[in-house]
Design a protein around this ligand. Structure first.
Ligand code: MRU
Length: 352
């Protein structure tokens, strides 16, 4: 992992703009609240933990312009409305509110940057802990498989591009690779925004064996016995364990269940929404229909957009789906692995 997705730089911040990946890597400076909000809305930064940290950064930027109570409230409102599904956004904003609201305006800028940096540092540590817990799982599979690689399927991008550290779903894979365990990753392209291409780019960069597949190939590979386990990330886990993740995750969980393949979610506790009773309460983002009507790519060395449906084609573009808890083997968090039904008990017991 050679790049940072987001870091403070003096009175601003720098993001790795993901919109040209896997063909181009850009960095962009965030100087104002609207830069941070626009980066989240436009998916220059994406992935639940990174969205949360960028929102925290947006609050720090806003405080530099207007650190009054009204300025704080308005920054929290603007950032809170950028994307609806990933609860890490609201988690990070709640943290910023708690850290700043009792302070005098003059103290808020320094405190906001310090809370932002704490959120980033914690995410790095959280990713590492998820990696350690997931590594044990992959190690168990490796001993059962003998000398052939453990074949993990993932969906979307829950690697370092989506976080401040090594990722959530990819953290156990990187940890296994670093520990010398042979892993091979099935990466589904994840139409319409193709975040799987980011995962393939990351894995290639990290030297981890993988193959990119069309989303629709997942069921066949599972039915042929070519998948040992599935690990995906999450954007919001409800209190009962129902989990919203990138659209297409649910179909993988169904196919995994039908084929007796364990299905894991890897997510920090900041992705668990204890106030959301079940998956039906999770708001699902509906995105612009042109994401379905168009594909982005490179032709003759030039980046471009190609229409695959006429502009008047009626489309629907839900960006996430909900996998019911009954299809989830366990949720890998920074404090260990929890089957969905234990998640609720542990929250009540104070591990939150
Ligand atoms: O819409 P995105 O790209 O922000 O999607 C979010 C995700 O990256 C995924 O759903 C991911 O699996 C969970 S976030 C680590």
């Amino acid at each position: 992992m050679a790049h940072h997705t987001l870091y403070r730089d003096g009175d601003g911040a720098v993001i790795l703009d993901q919109t040209r990946l896997p063909f181009g890597l850009d960095h962009r400076r965030l100087q104002r609240l609207e830069d941070a909000a626009g980066a989240i809305r436009g998916m220059q930064v994406r992935g639940a933990p990174l969205i949360g940290a960028t929102a925290a950064c947006g609050v720090a930027l806003a405080m530099q312009t207007d650190a009054s109570d009204a300025g704080l409230d308005s920054a929290l409102d603007v950032l809170g409305a950028t994307r609806p599904t990933a609860v890490n956004l609201h988690w990070a904003l709640a943290r910023m509110r708690a850290a700043l609201s009792a302070l005098r305006a003059a103290e808020r800028v320094a405190a906001a940057w310090s809370e932002f940096e704490a959120i980033c540092a914690e995410d790095v540590a959280t990713n590492a802990a998820i990696g350690r817990h997931g590594l044990e799982l992959i190690r168990d599979h490796a001993s059962a498989r003998g000398d052939r690689p453990v074949r993990v399927m993932t969906h979307c991008n829950a690697g370092w591009l989506a976080t401040l550290g090594h990722g959530t779903a990819l953290a156990p894979i990187y940890a296994a690779h670093d520990a010398g365990i042979a892993v091979e990753v099935w990466v589904s392209e994840t139409r319409p925004r193709n975040q799987g291409l980011l995962t393939a780019w990351e894995l290639r960069d990290g030297g981890v064996a993988h193959r990119l597949i069309a989303d629709n190939a997942a069921g066949l590979l599972m039915s042929r016995g070519e998948v040992d386990l599935v690990i995906t990330g999450a954007d919001r886990v409800a209190a009962n364990g129902d989990t919203a993740n990138k659209v297409g995750t649910y179909l993988k969980a169904l196919a995994a269940r039908d084929n007796g393949i364990p299905f894991y979610i890897a997510a920090p506790r900041s992705t668990i929404d204890h106030d959301c009773p079940s998956g039906t309460d999770i708001p699902i983002e509906e995105r612009d229909g042109d994401e379905v009507r168009h594909v982005h790519g490179i032709a003759a060395g030039k980046a471009g957009v190609v229409a695959i449906a006429p502009p008047e084609a009626a489309v629907a573009n839900p960006a996430f789906d909900v996998t019911p808890a009954r299809l989830i083997t366990a949720i890998i968090t920074e404090v260990g692995m929890f089957p969905p039904e234990r998640l609720q008990r542990l929250a009540a017991g104070g591990i939150r």
